[in-house]
Ligand binder design. Structure first.
Ligand SMILES: [Zn+2]
Length: 253
């Protein structure tokens, strides 16, 4: 199992990070550590260095962040050989309704897209309530593109699947969202990835507010049921896709 997007450097894990990673190592083949701001990027590089071959970083800048993208871009350039992708980056029109600020998001996103093309790194995209716009911006790029925790409409997904470079990543939201269940039915296994977005999107909030990378198993079970295939097939193909999209060194598909 590979979780392709977990924020293991978030403060929610400050008290027991080592323990959580230890359990991840028991259950998973690898975890890709996603980031959303400069400080988190720096922390993720350290953490992934410490757990080389198991944790892999993608460096990014969340669209709702107001300042700091230039520092992240510099860091990506400096550490290009230590990262497996760029993200999360993208657009967020859910939290940002102001048209001028949305335009700023587009400008910053464009910079990350051209950087990804230049460095030949896959993009991990955040696109809440801006799925169509984000798709238009990346459909013809020369790198692979992962729509993380995708929540768009199924008509849009059908269009997106026509582009070979695009992958849809399913979060643990599939356990409590009708729309995600619909999407899982139409996305073929060879274009599907699994993630938790830990510590967010806990599948069992009353019991534990945090989410953990091993919870992708629960999503895989749900997807297997929806598609009528064995759960092993879902986990295996998601793992193969992750290794191939992020070119995870030392791991064989
Ligand atoms: Zn995230």
């Amino acid at each position: 199992m590979i979780d392709i997007h977990a924020h293991l450097c978030f403060p929610e894990f400050d008290n027991d990070r080592d323990k959580v990673i230890e359990k991840c190592k028991e259950e998973l083949t690898a975890v890709i550590v996603g980031t959303a701001r400069y400080e988190e990027c720096v922390d993720a590089l350290h953490l992934c260095e410490k757990h080389k071959g198991f944790l892999f970083p993608t460096l990014g800048f969340h669209p709702t962040e107001k300042t700091g993208h230039k520092k992240v871009i510099e860091l990506i350039k400096q550490r290009k050989d230590d990262i497996v992708g760029i993200g999360e980056v993208g657009l967020d029109y859910h939290w940002e309704k102001d048209e001028y600020r949305q335009r700023d998001q587009i400008e910053v996103f464009k910079k990350f897209i051209s950087l990804a093309e230049k460095l030949k790194k896959p993009l991990v995209i955040h696109s809440w309530d801006a799925e169509q716009q984000a798709f238009e911006m990346v459909k013809d790029v020369g790198v692979r593109v992962v729509f993380h925790s995708f929540s768009g409409k199924k008509e849009l997904v059908a269009e997106m699947l026509k582009y070979d470079n695009i992958y849809i990543s399913f979060s643990t939201q599939i356990l409590f969202s009708k729309n995600h269940k619909k999407l899982a039915k139409i996305v073929p296994l060879n274009r599907m990835l699994l993630e938790t977005d830990s510590p967010f999107l806990s599948p069992n909030k009353e019991h534990d507010r945090r989410n953990y990378p091993w919870n992708i198993k629960l999503s895989a079970l749900k997807i297997a049921k929806l598609k009528g295939v064995p759960v092993e097939n879902v986990l295996e193909s998601a793992k193969e896709n992750a290794i191939s999209v992020f070119k995870l060194k030392g791991l064989k598909p």
